[in-house]
Design a protein around this ligand. Structure first.
Ligand SMILES: Nc1nc2c(ncn2[C@@H]2O[C@H](COP(=O)(O)OP(=O)(O)OP(=O)(O)O)[C@@H](O)[C@H]2O)c(=O)[nH]1
Ligand SMILES: [Mg+2]
Length: 302
């Protein structure tokens, strides 16, 4: 039996080996993923994003419980934006997710972005595809919506849920425009706290002024994730959106292919050679446009 066969059969140890190869971006990973690819496209890949502390991990945990009670297998990818110097976030998630560790129906991996913009999407997509090929019914991808990463997540997820909480100051105005653009469904978590109704009204008003492109309705679901309230409603919304969005696949793949190319180029190109030039540019002895142009030429892009 090859590793590909083992993964297709859902073998956890083979999956874990492959996941490590994907994390380390070894050539083995690409070969493996190429063989697995024809077997992907079945899992529901769901992005869960939103501001720090909104309750994303709690929601992922509850969604997982509910899915498991329906006998669905789950993959969880926690994308950790923290730098190697402040890697606290991941630990909290790991501890919270430990309740699933004895359950072979839940496969959990975290991906560190290590501060690399754009780096998250390719590796995370590949991790999701690995779980998809291994027969996971649903893959939940948690990212913190603080920068570019959540936009990247929308490119790899079939459905993106943006988790918001009441009392975010000027509420809707305070929410990053980027988060608003990618939401297929809004989850107002911590609905046990004051201001949930107001936030819902503001979101509805905002959606009326600027509806989602493509004309799909963007549902708003209120949850108290810590009390397992609203979980079925979130799942219901996610699965109906996924069914409605299916035709978007070519559009998604166009974005994904661009991202994969960007990622592989960054891996292969001698970026280190730019270090000296960076010093020169910072001192205004060279201009960045000429530096980039010359470097691209040197790399074979005439
Ligand atoms: N009151 C209330 N607290 C909640 C609810 N959901 C989660 N929490 C709490 O909010 C805190 C943050 O929850 P997490 O699930 O870690 O939030 P997160 O969005 O994953 O946080 P980061 O990954 O660090 O960005 C925890 O103390 C949870 O117990 C809720 O519905 N109501
Ligand atoms: Mg979290």
């Amino acid at each position: 039996m090859t590793d590909v066969d083992r993964i297709l059969a859902g073998d956890l140890r083979a999956m874990a080996r492959a996941a490590t190869a994907v994390e380390n971006r070894t050539p083995v990973a690409d070969a493996l993923l190429a063989s697995l690819f024809p077997h992907t496209g079945k899992a529901a890949i769901v992005g869960i994003t939103g501001p720090p502390g909104a309750g994303k991990s709690t929601l992922v945990d509850q969604l997982t419980r509910r899915l498991r009670s329906q006998d669905k297998t789950v993959g969880i990818i926690a994308v950790d934006p923290s730098s190697p110097f402040s890697g606290g976030a991941i630990l909290g998630d790991r501890i919270r997710m430990q309740s699933h560790h004895a359950d072979s129906g839940v496969f959990i991996r975290s991906m560190a972005t290590r501060g690399r913009m754009g780096g998250v999407a390719a590796g995370t997509l590949e991790m999701a595809l690995l779980m998809d090929a291994a027969g996971r019914d649903v893959v939940l991808v948690e990212t913190v919506g603080v920068g570019q990463d959540e936009i990247e997540i929308a490119r790899l997820a079939d459905v993106t849920a943006v988790v918001l909480v009441p009392g975010m100051g000027d509420d809707v105005q305070a929410i990053k425009a980027g988060l608003m653009e990618i939401a297929d469904v809004y989850v107002i978590n911590k609905a046990d706290q004051a201001g949930a109704d107001r936030l819902e009204l503001e979101l509805k008003a905002m959606l009326q002024i600027s509806p989602r492109r493509g004309g799909l309705e963007v549902p708003i679901v209120k949850t108290v994730a810590s009390e397992a309230q609203g979980i079925d409603e979130v799942l219901g919304a996610v699965f109906s959106i996924r069914a409605a969005k299916k035709t978007d696949n070519a559009v998604l793949w166009r974005l994904r292919l661009r991202e994969m190319i960007r990622e592989r180029l960054l891996d292969r190109l001698p970026l280190g050679e730019l270090d000296d030039a960076a010093t020169e540019v910072a001192a205004r002895r060279q201009n960045p446009y000429t530096v980039v142009e010359q470097w691209l030429k040197k790399c074979g892009f005439a």
